[in-house]
Design a protein around this ligand. Structure first.
Ligand code: ADP
Length: 538
């Protein structure tokens, strides 16, 4: 028998149309570079995104053409998030934290035709455009700086479009967006999403047992819109009609806390370093901000240390720990307590929440070692492989890695090392490149980092492998202490030794003022390995 259902295209256009119909009064608040607030509604967003779509088509942008953005999180970036794809074009979010040469490489690889740039990022863009060619440069003026020569004012560009122009008919397999991985472990690689993948991802990410997004939420994505679609949150928020608060360029703990309080934010999302900054500010002045009770913090991008989950809980803030990658749009798995865990001991509950959770619907996970798929026993390690409705099937060509990152049977090899327990919950122990091999045993750098970050004097800790004549490699911990806190190498060694097997205790603890980070706020371990490769171990 054949099914008797309609064919209905899963596109952003469908989500976009519905938002205007039902949520036109919902607010979009953006903090400008001078910290003043810009307030608009979904109704304004609808009109302006349609104008943008019309203006792009009038300016000659055709289906599949790439339109780049170099912008912070604010209303205009949201307009671009929808206005570009509903025109049939491909939204390419450029990462403003990369080196201008890297941005130029990526823009050239992607063959970006147009670009929309924040005026405050002009000094960076000026260096990019020396090396990459764009047909049109459109500048969003957030300050009173004059319009750079040879560019178009964003508002003038919008006004060249007509909001009443019909939107083109698209099919769900049309491309809509393009993100390059930030290159923590190699050359940037591009992933081109389809309308279908992002429409399904928006549904998947909103479920109660994933990120649990609702129209009643006020959502603040701290995660930049140039990182893995800001974890899909802007798309999902428009789909469900949640108020959006966009933080602009000020992302320090105090500036964020001010905004959480003022706009009564109920859910925010960002990498662990952001929450570390917030936790420190709250620990210092616990009474200063009055936040929404049980505000949720989605944490991903790197492992959420258990100490941070516990610390934020004390302030009434609930961490939702999620795992994902640019290649998975990005949501892969989310950690929640299952009903049968309700009567578990507190320590066990925290340990569970610090794991990366179970696969979301339409995503499948498995761990594979040289011996094949590893058993789900919670202790056998393997490389995490993933497939699903919003998982990339290849990189944008040309890419050397298209031949190596997918298995014969169609799974994507993540480069993450995990164990999977009987309930299907994954625990990331490392990235393959960061594992420490000591005397034939693997040592998890993430486990050690999380343990050391649980010491009351420690702000941040990164653990890397240092070559060793006898053991092959040994762990070295690079530690940043909290302001004014004191701890010696012996203190930290004793703290760690009380909790792990002797061979796992780092051979050295070195103190630094900061740990170098990638553009996505992750520890830049390649730099630390290089710096400490000749360090004398005790
Ligand atoms: P990059 O490869 O440049 O870091 P991505 O932003 O795509 O770019 O990062 C994906 C990687 O981030 C994952 O493969 C994993 O190593 C790490 N990651 C993401 N979420 C988590 C998490 N919750 N815990 C541990 N690692 C995570």
């Amino acid at each position: 028998m054949r099914h008797t259902m309609m064919r209905y295209e899963l596109t952003l256009t469908s989500m976009f149309r519905r938002a205007a119909e039902h949520y036109s009064n919902t607010e979009i608040v953006s903090r400008k570079p001078d910290k003043s607030l810009d307030r608009r509604t979904f109704g304004d967003f609808d009109r302006r995104a349609r104008q943008l779509a019309s203006a792009l088509r009038k300016a000659g942008c055709k289906k599949g053409d790439r339109v780049a953005t170099l912008m912070w999180n604010h209303y205009a970036h949201l307009e671009a998030y929808f206005g570009i794809p509903i025109a049939g074009c491909v939204l390419h979010t450029l990462n403003l934290r990369l080196h201008p040469d890297e941005i130029a490489f990526i823009a050239t690889h992607a063959e970006d035709r147009f670009v929309i740039v924040d005026d405050v990022l002009w000094p960076l863009f000026d260096k990019v455009r020396a090396k990459a060619k764009f047909d049109k440069v459109i500048v969003l003026r957030l300050t009173s700086a004059p319009l750079p020569a040879g560019t178009i004012d964003y508002e003038d560009f919008l006004n060249s479009g007509d909001a009443s122009d019909p939107l083109p008919d698209l099919v769900e397999d049309d491309p809509m967006g393009l993100c390059y991985t930030s290159g923590t472990t190699g050359k940037p690689k591009g992933v081109c999403y389809s309308h279908r993948s992002i429409a399904l991802h928006s549904l998947g990410a909103s479920l109660s047992d994933t990120l649990g997004l609702s129209r009643r939420d006020t959502i603040l994505p701290v995660v930049p819109m140039f990182h893995a679609n800001a974890w899909g949150i802007p798309f999902a928020a428009i789909m469900i009609g949640a108020k959006m608060v966009m933080p602009g360029p000020h992302l320090d703990g105090e500036s964020l806390l001010e905004l959480f309080e003022k706009e009564k934010v109920t859910l925010a999302a960002g990498v662990p370093t952001i929450w570390l900054g917030i936790l420190q500010a709250l620990d210092k002045e616990p009474k200063r901000w009055s936040l929404t009770r049980d505000m949720r913090m989605v944490v991903g991008g790197s492992a959420a240390p258990e100490s941070v989950i516990r610390g934020l809980d004390k302030h009434g803030l609930r961490v939702i720990h999620a795992w994902g990658m640019t290649e998975t749009a990005p949501l892969g798995s989310v950690s929640h307590l299952a009903p049968h865990m309700d009567d578990w001991a507190e320590d066990d509950k925290y340990a569970h929440r610090a794991k990366q959770g179970i696969a979301s619907p339409f995503v499948e996970l498995r761990a594979v070692s040289d011996a094949g798929v590893v058993p789900r026993d919670g202790k056998s390690p393997g490389e995490l492989e993933v497939r699903g409705a919003w998982v990339a099937g290849s990189y944008v060509p040309p890419s050397d890695e298209n031949a190596t990152k997918w298995t014969q049977d169609g799974w994507f090899k993540t480069g993450d090392v995990v164990t999977i327990d009987g309930g299907g919950c994954i625990k990331i122990t490392d990235r393959t490149k960061d594992l420490i091999k000591s005397g034939g045993e693997w040592i998890s750098s993430i486990d050690l980092e999380n343990l050391i970050m649980g010491h009351p004097a420690v702000k941040e800790a990164a653990v890397v492998a240092v070559p060793h004549p006898k053991w092959d490699e040994r762990p070295l911990a690079v530690v940043v202490l909290k302001d004014g806190a004191i701890a010696s190498e012996a203190d930290l060694r004793a703290f760690v030794a009380a909790k792990v097997a002797k061979f796992q205790v780092p051979d050295a603890f070195v103190f630094e003022a900061t740990i170098p980070k990638t553009s996505a706020g992750k520890f830049l371990k390649s730099e630390l390995r290089e710096k400490y490769k000749a360090h004398k171990l005790g």
